[in-house]
Design a protein around this ligand. Structure first.
Ligand SMILES: Cc1cc2nc3c(=O)[nH]c(=O)nc-3n(C[C@H](O)[C@H](O)[C@H](O)COP(=O)(O)OP(=O)(O)OC[C@H]3O[C@@H](n4cnc5c(N)ncnc54)[C@H](O)[C@@H]3O)c2cc1C
Length: 392
């Protein structure tokens, strides 16, 4: 591994850092941007769309996209530096992130000239916000089992089915949708990919609200939804290949984010939140869990750097992409997916927070319910320990 950055990379870093310092309003900043992906309400969403437009106008959006499609042709190192600086500045996840990181690159790879012309500029400037309709209630890790059906009706398909865990669907204008177009062949060979406007009659979105009160996920239902064949992305029944492209970008989209700041905030929180009448930090078991979290976070940093080194050398992806989510999963978090997504890392911190520093820590600081929940957590622990003593 090479830990040094070249001079041109250092100046790229300085340029972006200076630009953020001048242009990023503190009102947009967040302690942990991954806690509030897309946006918590429409007003915030609109504000972040304006922010994405500002960034785009200055050339800081879609930097790895080819120049001919509005990007900078930047390399992986610049992308990692971009991520590091953007996270360190506490900037919000761009509302068009799904389009920028996954859908746009997939359209660049598979799209027709018309699809590229229609969608790519709108993705860059946040006029089109996208969501990803892959997972279904019976098709998560085993994505190829998906059952949402698209029936060929000549010049269009008619789609019926359901998606789940669809991040940001309630704000999205478009969905990249995996559907079954041929049920009579082996499952990977009968899937196609459609680009569907969310305003199409028959598309409905139902929120899935987290225990924190945050609305990020949705279920999306399709009832007799008419989709023109012009909206097919890639060849019919080759949707598995198209989705592999998307998922490859998803795996590689995680840059150099570190959890150091999050862990520091967790420690500060543990010093404030009482458990059984004294700060959580005074409980050796809590300190031990936090220490373990810090150790794993450091180890993950080097795993990330190993993965980066491989990519820079043009080598095939190694096991690192799977190690990260699996480490997360082993430690009792959510979101571990053999699809190799890296989205589970923030959940690691949240779930450690839950078990380490009481339920308080999964609530936003401003949440009036937070202290009561912490007490409730403490009370229920007392009750269960009383129960076990009684039964013992
Ligand atoms: C933050 C976040 C955002 C997401 N956003 C989206 C989105 O926008 N659009 C979208 O389509 N999806 C989204 N997903 C879903 C995600 O991509 C995966 O599809 C999903 O997390 C995995 O499916 P599942 O939850 O049904 O888990 P399951 O497939 O039920 O798996 C549950 C557990 O069982 C394990 N498991 C499964 N099969 C096996 C096996 N054969 N052997 C051993 N272990 C197994 C898995 O590793 C996992 O730990 C999101 C997920 C997260 C965490």
């Amino acid at each position: 591994m090479d830990f040094e950055f070249a001079v041109e990379h250092q100046s790229f870093r300085q340029e972006f850092r200076d630009w953020l310092a001048t242009n990023l309003s503190p009102a947009l900043c967040l302690d942990d941007a991954s806690d509030d992906r897309v946006a918590s309400d429409r007003e915030t969403f609109e504000r972040r769309c304006v922010w994405q437009k500002t960034m785009h106008a200055a050339g800081w959006v879609g930097i790895t996209w080819p120049k001919e499609y509005g990007g900078r042709d930047a390399g992986l190192i610049e992308r990692v530096i971009w991520d590091e600086e953007y996270t360190a500045a506490r900037a919000p996840v761009l509302p068009g992130n799904m389009g920028l990181s996954l859908v746009g690159p997939t359209i660049i790879h598979w799209g027709t000239p018309e699809q590229k012309r229609r969608h790519l500029p709108a993705i860059l400037n946040a006029d089109e916000i996208w969501c990803q309709g892959f997972s279904e209630p019976g098709a998560g890790s085993d994505l190829a089992s998906l059952r949402t059906r698209a029936v060929d009706q000549g010049d269009h398909y008619v789609v019926n089915g359901q998606k789940v865990w669809t991040s940001g669907a309630h704000f999205a204008h478009w969905i990249i949708l995996l559907v079954r177009t041929n049920p009579d062949v082996p499952k990977h060979q009968g899937i196609s990919c459609l680009l569907v406007p969310m305003t199409t009659p028959g598309v409905s979105v139902r929120p899935l609200v987290l225990m924190t009160g945050h609305h990020h996920f949705n279920e999306v239902f399709f009832t007799d939804v008419v989709v023109p064949k012009a909206n097919l992305l890639g060849p019919v029944n080759q949707g598995w290949k198209v989705s592999t492209t998307t998922l490859m970008y998803e795996r590689h989209s995680a840059g150099g984010r570190s959890h150091t700041a999050q862990i520091a905030r967790l420690i500060a929180l543990a010093k404030q939140v009482p458990i059984d009448g004294r700060p959580a930090w005074d409980h050796p078991a809590i300190r031990q869990r936090l220490a373990q979290l810090a150790i794993e976070s450091e180890a993950l940093k080097y795993t990330r750097l190993r993965s980066l080194t491989r990519q820079l050398r043009g080598e095939a992806p190694g096991p690192e992409g799977s190690v990260r989510p699996c480490r997360t999963h082993r430690a009792g978090s959510t979101g571990c997916s053999p699809l190799g997504n890296t989205r589970s890392r923030p959940e690691r911190a949240r779930f450690s927070a839950t078990s380490s520093a009481s339920a308080y820590s999964v609530c936003r600081a401003a949440d009036a319910r937070a202290p009561r929940r912490a007490q409730a957590g403490s009370e229920s622990r007392k009750r269960s320990s009383t129960r076990s003593k009684a039964s013992g």
